[in-house]
Design a protein around this ligand. Structure first.
Ligand SMILES: Nc1nc2c(ncn2[C@@H]2O[C@H](COP(=O)(O)OP(=O)(O)OP(=O)(O)O)[C@@H](O)[C@H]2O)c(=O)[nH]1
Ligand SMILES: [Mg+2]
Length: 426
């Protein structure tokens, strides 16, 4: 008997048939959705041999698709010796189980969330992202457990696999998965505590985070702004782990720039929840750069998806700048003029060709300066260390030498100024 399809093999390096089901009448958006799914499958190393699209008035409660259609798909897959069928939407756990039993063990069915989880698993590099993805996968698996899914015992090394009185195999499996979920949550909490300590150490500096749809060019922006390497690849969800660089704009202004995991429409909720600690970096930011691929016909939907995730994370009201990227490959140059009217504060760049990166730095600097407060500070000549600190951490706008003290007029983050004022009081 075949195990659950989502557990057998996580990377599809095989032929795949895409099945797209849409309710109502066709729209342009459908093609985009199917092409996006194909790119997700390519990222896993899969090769799409056909895309079967079906329009229905409503979904079939048992099989999602019509039974006749399902039979055709199955026959076609067998004829083509194709082992995977991927559906464009997320289907309910019971539908996935019903289709799987219809397909017997010859063809595997996966849905879009299953594919996204597989990509995350493939790209996770650090202990934190690996743990986050394991958690998301188990949460996805829990309602989909079937009776035949018994190799869990082997995976868990036989620990706690003996059922209590009257406990069936499926109940044992569910219990094991739930225990594992709890364990992973605890592990993540520990990692997140370390992150909080690191955050405290960076309290005094202005923090900027890159957010955007996957493949928008966030890591490329990171690379061109910091002029250091960042992992850039023409793959979906190339970056999963937050990376951080300190960037100096000029003598008095520097900031921390963080690259984060990309978003996608209908990003599975349990995935966002698992990545909450990584994404927590965002809530700690002073400014978000929303990176949008202007060359994509779906840039509006990308912007919407970003806002949906930010609202979900309850940080929809954070200060932000919209950055339209990839202007070098934009065919319709008139679009820039149109967008300038819609988004007067937006910046138009090519991270790859390093076009208008200066504008981006200037806009960030403006934000930093605006967030700073201005303050008069008087310091005795004898306070050499404090005078050093003022020059190091503040922008000195004006300085007057008096008989016994120096009068500074400075601009800096409020907490830096408070720290200096506290020292003067002492
Ligand atoms: N032509 C062009 N290509 C770009 C530009 N910026 C990024 N790219 C390309 O777009 C692809 C994705 O870039 P990344 O920087 O990895 O995108 P990302 O937003 O970090 O993607 P994820 O980490 O997967 O979410 C790569 O092939 C880049 O070379 C640009 O300004 N112009
Ligand atoms: Mg990236």
């Amino acid at each position: 008997m075949q195990d659950h399809p989502d557990q057998n093999k996580n990377i599809i390096e095989d032929d795949v048939i895409i099945v797209g089901l849409f309710i109502g009448s066709p729209s342009m958006e459908d093609d985009y959705q199917i092409n996006e799914l194909e790119r997700l499958i390519n990222t896993l190393g899969g090769n799409v041999i056909d895309k079967i699209i079906q329009y229905r008035k409503k979904i079939d409660p048992k099989y999602y698709l019509g039974k006749g259609k399902l039979k055709n798909i199955y026959d076609f897959a067998i004829e083509q010796k194709c082992k995977y069928v991927v559906i464009n939407n997320d289907i309910s756990p019971s539908q996935i189980k019903n289709i799987q039993s219809f397909f017997k063990d010859k063809v595997m069915i996966k849905d879009r969330t299953g594919i996204i989880l597989d990509i995350f698993k493939k790209h996770a590099k650090t202990k934190e992202s690996k743990t986050q993805i394991k958690l998301a996968q188990l949460e996805y698996l829990l309602p989909r457990l079937t009776r035949q899914w018994t190799h869990l015992e082997r995976q868990m090394g036989g620990v706690g696999t003996r059922g209590g009185p009257g406990e069936t195999q499926i109940e044992i499996d569910r219990r094991l998965v739930r225990n594992q979920i709890l364990k992973l949550k605890k592990e993540l909490q520990k990692i997140s505590n370390t992150r909080t300590t690191q955050k405290k150490n960076r309290k005094n500096i202005y923090k900027v985070s890159l957010v955007g749809y996957t493949n928008a060019g966030k890591s490329t922006v990171m690379r061109s702004v910091s002029q250091k390497t960042a992992y850039v690849k023409d793959e979906l969800f190339a970056t999963l782990d937050t990376s951080t660089r300190r960037i100096k704009i000029d003598k008095n202004n520097s900031f921390i720039l963080s690259d984060t995991v990309g978003f996608i429409r209908n990003l599975p909720d349990n995935l966002i929840a698992s990545f909450r600690s990584t994404l927590g970096e965002l809530s700690d930011s002073d400014l978000l750069l929303k990176i949008i691929d202007i060359s994509s016909s779906e840039y509006e939907m990308h912007l919407e998806s970003i806002n949906t995730v930010l609202n979900y994370l309850k940080i929809g009201d954070k200060d932000f700048l919209i950055v339209f990227n990839k202007i070098d490959i934009l065919m319709d140059k008139i679009l820039i003029d149109k967008l300038k009217i819609l988004y007067p504060k937006a910046i138009f760049i090519s991270a790859y060709k390093k076009l208008n990166i200066e504008d981006l730095s200037k806009s960030i600097k403006k934000k930093i300066t605006k967030s700073n407060i201005k303050q008069k500070i008087c310091v005795n000549y004898s306070e050499g260390k404090l005078i050093d600190q003022i020059y190091r951490e503040c922008e000195v706008i004006n300085m007057k030498e008096q008989d016994n003290y120096i009068e500074f007029y400075v601009s800096a983050k409020e907490n830096i100024i408070n720290k200096i004022l506290d020292k003067i009081k002492k």
